[in-house]
Ligand binder design. Structure first.
Ligand SMILES: [Zn+2]
Length: 282
């Protein structure tokens, strides 16, 4: 498949491919969660309605958003704008570096979500889940998607990210997001091999720990390299991970399953909603 065919295939099937990546990963990993890992969660009846509600709202909100990073990439390419749109950069290099830079943007936006108090008000909705499984993946406030999409769209022309890199990354990210939230424990050797390149469910589970230094770690969503590079990587043994307390201790755990309460969180009066994890000595 040459460059043009590949781009046309991505462009004409971008949405169905993304849903297929997300739903496919959701089904496969939920089967693994329930059958293979035998981790059927007794609390899922309590947690799932709000998580699925936020997922549906997020999908509708994403469809309605007027900004498009792909349109920004096309405009930049037409005008030869941006770092990677230089004629000397081969297509495959533009694609590879584009994927890396897009992944780095995701890491940076996530870290900012934890550090800027007004962003934390929005992102904490994702962290109020008291357990994690595949339904936690899109337990995300719709404002978080809007902010993430705006940042990527704003940075795309300057970096010269290609439309193909952006579309391919979305597919990769959709499947990875489900994978990293799955309530499965990989065999230790497989876990070690995968995390050389990718974020694993164990790495991301620690990010959902209620203990602030751990909430402040493992921000990566796809490649595991950014956390190692920027010193935010943390680890625990598999045995310890199983008993890690998840969620947020400053959140009202009794109300964390109310869809209305979750949607209201970014606007809720201080101090509880605005409180952010306190960084501790590592
Ligand atoms: Zn987070």
């Amino acid at each position: 498949m040459d460059q043009t065919m590949f781009e046309t295939m991505l462009r004409t099937n971008a949405e169905p491919l993304q849903y297929a990546a997300f739903v496919g990963a959701l089904i496969i990993l939920n089967v693994l969660e329930v059958i293979v890992a035998a981790r059927r969660d007794a609390e899922r009846r309590r947690r799932w309605p709000a998580n699925i509600g936020l997922t549906v709202i997020a999908i509708l909100a994403i469809g309605a958003m007027p900004v498009s990073a792909v349109a920004a990439a096309d405009a930049a390419a037409r005008h030869g704008l941006g770092l990677l749109n230089h004629p000397a950069v081969p297509w495959a290099v533009q694609l590879g570096l584009g994927l890396l830079l897009r992944s780095l943007i995701g890491y940076a936006v996530h870290a900012a979500m934890h550090k800027a108090p007004f962003l934390w008000r929005i992102h904490r909705v994702h962290h109020t889940d008291t357990r994690i499984d595949v339904t936690t993946t899109v337990r995300v406030h719709p404002l978080e998607f809007a902010i993430g999409m705006a940042v990527v769209t704003a940075l795309t022309p300057g970096l010269g990210l290609s439309a193909a890199a952006l579309m391919l990354y979305e597919l990769f990210d959709a499947a990875m997001a489900v994978f990293t939230h799955a309530n499965v424990r990989l065999p230790p050797s497989l876990e070690r091999a995968i995390r050389l390149v990718l974020v694993t469910p164990a790495m991301h589970r620690l990010h959902h720990s209620a203990w602030p230094p751990e909430t402040y770690s493992n921000y990566g969503a796809t490649f595991s390299w950014w956390d190692r590079l920027f010193g935010t990587f943390r680890d625990r043994s598999a045995g310890e991970l199983a008993s890690v307390r998840l969620g947020l201790d400053d959140a009202d755990r009794a109300r964390a399953d109310s869809l209305v309460w979750l949607l209201w969180q970014p606007f809720a009066p201080r101090p509880a909603a605005a409180r952010r994890p306190v960084p501790c000595a590592r």
